[in-house]
Design a protein around this ligand. Structure first.
Ligand code: GLN
Ligand code: ZN
Length: 760
């Protein structure tokens, strides 16, 4: 029988049990024992799900209390000095302090930097390497989890981040090449593998997704000797590559001294025969043949066609799996009672993907007749999706075809617009603003729930949200901020809120996907042509503007983010979907402008994340991504100030494209990486205005005035003072009001000091 397995499962649980347990623990409402019991129960449930679906091996080690990269760092004893760790076991609270800056015990410190996991919306904690970094096996929870699974009677495959990928994702704190630390880290990897082999673990999956990247030659060459060392551990290693083609890494990867290789046949189906050709005799080939990144039901006929010749050659050495960890998709589509019954059969979440693998495995080993019913069902669902009038809207298509190049160009260049805007807005130097959201309090969430289940009506719900907006405006007035925001109380999520008001999007009730730590998002499903039947934000923003003389920022989510943070349709190019969304936003922006709103922000936090991993595909992406943003924003008058916001990414390599967006102002994350972003401005003259985030909103710590003044002075050395804004590095919805007010009071004070010193 063909082996099926997963590279990893979602961690949160059907009811997001892990989220609640974590947050209770952090707030002191539950003890460590209670948190760990929830974690154990979730693992057991997820193993049972795999076993029930027919997985011959259950995966251990994909579960994490916060992040699997942080798990690996802790396991390797790579704990930055500021956390006061002095060897021995990295305990739970040290682990959480690395993730969040604080924990129930221990002294608060700067959290580790967080950034996106390849081109996904999952965030990992960046390992920090000190010069002469030492490694020691310092966290042992993985071995206990293996015992748990064995005790439940499962055959185990352990998954963890491989040594080259872990090192690639790390940052050297100092002037040295992090690859030089590979040799020092391998003995600890070796000890982990030996110990797992000693526990009777059948396989160890080492994730090396960097094999889907353009690797420098030294990194590519480092794989072979490293895996030779690891081979001596006695563990059977499955090397897992995903997130796209192996490309120029293919030959190297196929010939590594490991027992098996996993490849992504969804991202790179064309490569599969070549991989099979290159694979030495006796090796297992795990083929990622259902999409681990998206929610569409697989085309099982096509998959069988592709797999059959490989199966004929490899027999039992062919394994089947999702293309990557299922971390990136929701758990179970059968939970979705409210989902449109026409759309539901087009979808497959984690549980359904495991079932798809089981069907494919049976089809391969017992022949297609053995799975004729399943194949017929699949064909019918795919045909219904293709033919559905809900997917294709001729009016949207016609409008897209009629776009002219000048639609994406502002009438005057930035320098001229800036003068008009300065006159209209009357802002001081170093204007202060925030990124959009204010605390989503328990009251706000309770009101939303009450409205959803019908305990309060729309009028009452909207009145409650207006009261929240008034509260947010009052506080901003009191704090002395210059450009105000309405606070986004009425938004459950920056994508869902818009998707719900646009044609072409469907929504789940339980389709949560982890974003970072305990934070989950519920991405909408973009299944059809997009249009905006009616204004989406105008009533809220004009209400907020009516409460103040100061400029109120209109707040929208941009086309790339609305696309990337959704499950995107796979039946047309991303570009077409992005431009459809851009046209809808263009109408919204025009309506806001007509309603007297003078500042409009179009958030694009996913702009960098949507960029292809391989360099040769990037120019094409950036061209249509810039076009989409400019199509959305290009129709406004000179006096209307367009802002954009981006966060938690490496921006240095795309700064020219960011400049091409031609937003009047960009607010951008820098605080957590200590303004490293600013180094790019030494080599690139960013032409418009910019607000480098002066404090990290992901930490509850209140930033000191001095620290922010210093950051801003550093910025002023690179960017002319008259083009600098002062703002936090992201939205404040995850924070509490007390810390938010304290932080913003300090931020406003920092701006005042700066006006006094630099102005003088
Ligand atoms: N306007 C959004 C907010 O403030 C932006 C969020 C984001 O960048 N992810 O929450
Ligand atoms: Zn942000």
């Amino acid at each position: 029988m063909t082996v099926i397995h997963t590279l990893g499962l979602p961690r949160m649980g059907a009811g997001r049990e892990l989220k609640w347990a974590l947050e209770d623990y952090w707030q002191g409402r539950r003890g460590a024992d209670e948190l760990l019991a929830v974690a154990r129960e979730l693992r057991a449930r997820h193993w049972a799900m795999q076993a029930q679906a027919g997985c011959a091996l259950v995966t251990v080690g994909d579960f994490s209390l916060y992040d699997h990269v942080l798990d690996m760092s802790a396991r390797l004893g790579v704990v930055p000095e500021r956390f006061g760790w002095s060897g021995g076991e990295v305990d739970l609270d040290t682990y959480f302090r690395m993730a969040r800056g604080r924990a129930p015990s221990g002294t608060p410190a700067f959290a580790c930097e967080m950034t996106k996991w390849f081109d996904t919306n999952y965030h990992y904690l960046v390992p920090e390497l000190a010069p002469g970094q030492r490694f020691e096996l310092a966290r042992h929870d993985l071995f206990a989890q293996v015992d748990e699974a064995h005790a439940l009677g499962y055959a185990v495959k352990v998954a963890m981040v491989g040594p080259l990928t872990w090192l690639w994702l790390a940052k050297a704190q100092g002037d040295f090449d992090r690859l030089d630390l590979l040799d020092a880290s391998l003995p600890v990897y070796g000890r982990i593998l030996e110990r797992l082999a000693g526990q009777g673990v059948a396989w160890v999956q080492l994730d090396e997704p960097i094999l889907a990247l353009d690797l420098p030659a030294a990194w590519r060459a480092a794989f072979e000797p490293a895996y030779h060392v690891l081979r001596n551990s006695g563990a059977r290693i499955l090397l897992a590559s995903y997130f796209g083609a192996l490309g120029d890494n293919l030959m190297n990867a196929a010939r590594l001294p490991v027992a098996g290789l996993h490849v992504d046949a969804i991202g790179a189906p064309e490569e599969l025969p070549q991989v099979a050709d290159w694979l030495p005799a006796g090796r297992v080939l795990s083929v990622g043949c259902v999409d681990g990144r998206n929610v569409w039901r697989a085309d099982l006929d096509a998959a069988l066609d592709r797999l059959a010749p490989i199966h004929a050659r490899l027999g039992e050495r062919l394994w089947l799996a999702p293309s990557c960890s299922l971390l990136h998709v929701p758990l179970d589509v059968t939970l979705e009672d409210g989902l449109d019954p026409e759309i539901k059969p087009w979808l497959a979440f984690t549980r359904q993907k495991l079932d798809e693998l089981a069907v494919l495995a049976r089809g391969l080993t017992q022949g297609r007749d053995a799975v004729a019913d399943e194949l017929a069902q699949c064909r019918a669902a795919l045909a219904a999706r293709r033919a559905s009038p809900r997917v294709t809207d001729p009016a949207v298509r016609a409008r897209l075809a009629a776009i002219r190049p000048e639609d994406a160009v502002r009438a005057a260049p930035y320098a001229r617009r800036a003068l008009v805007q300065r006159q209209r807005l009357g802002l001081p130097p170093f204007p202060t603003t925030t990124i959009g959201s204010f605390p989503q309090t328990a009251d706000i969430r309770a009101a939303r729930r009450a409205f959803k289940v019908g305990h309060i009506d729309r009028a009452e719900y909207e009145a409650t949200m207006r009261a929240e907006i008034r509260h947010a405006v009052d506080i901003q007035e009191r704090l002395g901020l210059d450009v105000l925001v309405h606070g986004e109380a009425e938004r459950n999520d920056m994508v869902e809120h818009f998707g719900e008001q646009m044609q072409g999007y469907a929504f789940t009730a339980h389709g949560w996907v982890q974003s970072y730590g305990s934070r989950c998002v519920k991405p909408p499903i973009l299944y059809g042509d997009v249009a905006r039947p009616a204004p989406m934000t105008v009533a809220w923003i004009t209400y907020a503007q009516s409460l103040t003389q100061k400029p109120m920022k209109g707040m929208l989510t941009g086309p790339i983010t609305l696309l990337k943070w959704s499950f995107v349709r796979d039946d047309q190019p991303w570009r077409d979907t992005a431009l459809q969304i851009a046209l809808a936003l263009r109408d919204e922006i025009r309506d806001l402008e007509a309603a007297g709103i003078g500042v409009i922000q179009v958030d694009e936090p996913a702009f960098r994340e949507a960029m292809p991993l391989r360099a040769r595909q990037r120019t094409g992406y950036l061209a249509w991504a810039v076009q989409a943003f400019r199509l959305a924003t290009g129709g406004v008058a000179d006096a209307t100030q367009i802002h954009t916001h981006m966060c938690y990414s490496e921006f240095n390599d795309i700064i020219a494209a960011i400049a091409e967006l031609d937003a009047d102002v960009i607010t951008i994350e820098t605080a957590r990486s200590n303004m490293e972003l600013l180094e790019v401005f030494a080599g690139f003259d960013y032409p418009n205005e910019i607000g480098p985030g002066v404090y990290d909103i992901h930490s509850p710590n209140v930033p000191a005035v001095d620290a922010m003044v210093r950051l801003l002075q550093k910025a002023a050395a690179r960017i002319p003072a008259e083009r600098l804004w002062v703002n936090p590095d992201c939205g404040l919805k995850t924070r509490a009001w007390t810390e938010t007010e304290a932080a913003l009071a300090n931020m406003v004070e920092a701006a005042r000091r700066l006006r006094a010193t630099i102005g003088a």
